[in-house]
Design a protein around this ligand. Structure first.
Ligand code: WT7
Length: 658
């Protein structure tokens, strides 16, 4: 490194606050600091700003109805259709020739859909689904990787008023079955396979295996021929080739169904503390307006932009910020099928350069991988089209933030570190890129209109500098409305910790720990429940544990998250064998197999440690904290309160040796 470069590194390392560049501020969608006060003073009417981003078939009567809190209702009386807002209105507004989706497959093939073309595809697939009998309010399950048919199917469902439930393609057959069962979903759209690092992966086999576990009749399965082998797989009687079916509806259009603002747009399953995934219900009016508003205010998206969010549509980030938010704003959304290091580690930057990407939104785990690979990869490309960078999914450490700022943004792009969740529908805590000072590692203040606080166990706000629990003390339009067919669990999971129902005070608890500084900037520290965050993906430790104790030969298991350089957290398994079973490689393999089968490769254990006992308190509770410290290689605290302190050294020694 030259002296000049060393100086730069040192300066960056010490710098704790960054201002957005003037050139960005001048063109920002939101650059008036007064917006915070304006939202405060006009709450909840301020949310009309979000609703105004959409076209409504019927104007709403009330912004917020809170009679039956925490079952809040937003924009009641209003009617709209999400697919019309994402497609028709842009075409009718004369922007039919603008590109809606710029797709690139892993092997390098591309597909470009203008708004007009996308509308045509959505119309035809909506007609196809209707032809199969799909009616308003039927839940349609979509089990597809990052291929254009996924957003097409989502928007086709939205057009018909049929909520979609997208199941991440990396999830296992069991996970698909659980979700279809929970939602009583009778329709599935899937595909034959897809590419990963150049290899064709089978997908239909997994889908079929999942279908075997569905406890009700599945009327129809539509299969996209992604591999181009004319579906060499044999299709069952109720299974249809996507292209063939759609050909029968060529040129047809479907009148978008006017949905009530509070009607369900989609369901998205996510992990919680207990074993069963939760079906998060999002609505048409509140969710869509919130996705559009945050895309406008935080991602600074303009119709002329080319915007790229590198998440998978199988997660909420892809729903809100690849599909609904960007398309509602009429921008060009880039969609990439594959992995970031195929064929080379510069694939992302090649895509940025080729498409002149203006805004790039990714996860800290990806940034840590880019850092590890080195600066030579971004340096091979012209990244000067970029004007804004974003991150989401987990805390970002200042070092990764600064690397991203310097080596991707060339110190010219603001970074928004956006905290939110599947349940919140959209971003909640982040700086506004045209306003706020950025502090690496700290997400920033709550967005205008969002009442985020850091409280102690009693719900009292903590002094700045102290750690506590994050709460949201007022509702917002993008919030989940309930857990599908489980209102009780909805209250129990999110509203029981800090609310005071007697005085009708409802406080949302996201189960994250956080701290706050003198400027009101929030640093999110991570989950405080039994959920771990592996590469920005949320996994329930109980879910993994129940998969493992289902393996023959395992008597008991504890799963915790341990620190991991790239993944953030990784899955550590501590298991006790059943009498008569050996703790050898064979059992280890079967444990891995069990996890893959019940959840998928994202939950694959980093390490499996067999032990004769788990460290337990005198009352018999597993000391998870201690297991986490062992996994992370942290110093171990006091173990004297354990019933079996001697076991700790044994386990720790094993982890070190592995
Ligand atoms: C959990 C939600 C929101 C889409 C991706 C994940 C963690 C998310 C941040 C951030 C620190 C973050 C939290 C949250 N998280 N964004 N910017 N800084 N932590 O959605 O699967 O619902 O997970 O991800 O722990 O509770 P999700």
């Amino acid at each position: 490194m030259t002296d000049e470069n060393v100086d730069l590194e040192v300066r960056l390392e010490e710098q704790e606050a960054f201002e957005p560049p003037e050139s960005f501020v001048e063109q920002a969608n939101v650059s008036d600091e007064g917006i915070y006060e304006e939202f405060e003073e006009n709450w909840p009417e301020c949310w009309e700003r979000a609703a105004d981003m959409l076209d409504w078939d019927e104007e709403y009567d009330n912004v917020l109805v809170d009679d039956d809190a925490p079952f809040y209702e937003w924009f009641t009386g209003g009617q709209l259709n999400a697919s019309e807002n994402c497609l028709d209105r842009h075409v009718e507004g004369g922007r039919g020739d603008s590109v809606a989706i710029e797709w690139e497959g892993e092997l390098g093939e591309t597909r470009t859909y203008t708004y007009e073309e996308l509308l045509e595809e959505v119309d035809e697939f909506a007609a196809t689904l209707r032809g199969l009998g799909v009616e308003e309010d039927d839940v349609v399950t979509l089990y597809m990787p990052m291929i254009p048919e996924l957003p097409i199917a989502m928007l086709a469902c939205a057009r018909l008023g049929a909520p979609h439930s997208v199941v991440f393609a990396g999830f296992s057959a069991d996970a698909l079955a659980t979700r279809m069962n929970s939602a009583d979903s009778e329709y599935l759209v899937t595909c034959d396979g897809y590419y990963r690092r150049g290899d064709a992966l089978d997908h239909i086999e997994k889908a079929n295996e999942g279908l075997e576990g569905v406890d009700h009749e599945v009327s129809d399965v539509v299969v996209v021929d992604r591999l181009g082998d004319e579906l060499a797989h044999s299709l069952a009687d109720n299974q249809h080739d996507y292209d063939e079916l759609v050909a029968d509806h060529a040129g047809e259009s479907v009148e978008p169904i006017s949905r009530d603002a509070e009607d369900m747009l989609f369901l998205m399953y996510t992990s919680g503390t207990t074993g069963k995934p939760k079906g998060v219900k999002h609505t048409t009016g509140g969710y869509l307006s919130y996705a559009a508003w945050t895309s406008h205010a935080v991602l600074d998206i303009e119709p002329e932009d080319t915007y790229w969010c590198s998440a998978d549509i199988g997660w909420i980030t892809g729903h809100s910020y690849i599909v609904y938010g960007p398309l509602a704003l009429g921008t060009t959304s880039v969609m990439y099928e594959g992995t970031p290091d195929y064929p080379e580690k510069d694939r992302m930057w090649e895509l940025v350069e080729k498409n002149d990407v203006d805004i790039f939104y990714t996860a800290p785990t990806a940034i840590r991988a880019f850092m590890k690979w080195g600066t030579e990869y971004p340096q091979q490309h012209d990244l000067s089209s970029l004007r804004l960078l974003g991150t989401v999914g987990e805390p970002i450490n200042p070092r990764a933030w600064k690397w991203y700022y310097k080596h991707i943004g060339n110190e010219e792009c603001p970074i928004v570190d956006t905290w939110w969740q599947t349940e919140t529908g959209g971003m909640m805590i982040t700086t506004l890129p045209g306003i706020g000072t950025m502090k690496p590692g700290s997400a920033g203040p709550p967005l205008p209109g969002i009442d985020g606080r850091i409280v102690d166990v009693d719900g009292n706000q903590v002094e700045s500098g102290n750690a506590g629990y994050l709460t949201v003390n007022r509702p917002w339009p993008g919030m989940l409305r309930t857990l599908y067919q489980n209102d009780d669990r909805f209250i129990e999971e999110y509203w029981s910790e800090y609310s005071d129902p007697d005085s009708d005070e409802w406080v949302y608890f996201p189960e994250d720990g956080a701290k706050i500084d003198d400027d009101g900037y929030i640093t999110v520290l991570g989950r405080v429940d039994d959920v771990i965050n592996v590469s920005g993906h949320r996994l329930g430790t109980m879910e993994i544990e129940s998969a493992i104790v289902g393996v023959e030969g395992v008597a008991e298991a504890a799963v915790v998250g341990g620190d991991h350089e790239v993944k953030g957290e990784a899955v550590y398994v501590y298991a006790i064998t059943e009498d008569g079973y050996d703790e050898g490689d064979e059992l280890e393999e079967r444990v891995v197999e069990g996890v893959l089968e019940s959840i998928g490769p994202i939950a694959k254990p980093e390490e499996i440690i067999f032990t004769p006992e788990l460290p337990k308190t005198r009352s018999g509770k597993i000391m998870r904290r201690l297991l986490e410290d062992i996994a992370s290689g942290n110093e171990l605290g006091n173990t004297s309160t354990l019933r079996n302190p001697e076991i700790v050294d044994d386990i720790a020694a094993q982890v070190e040796n592995d």
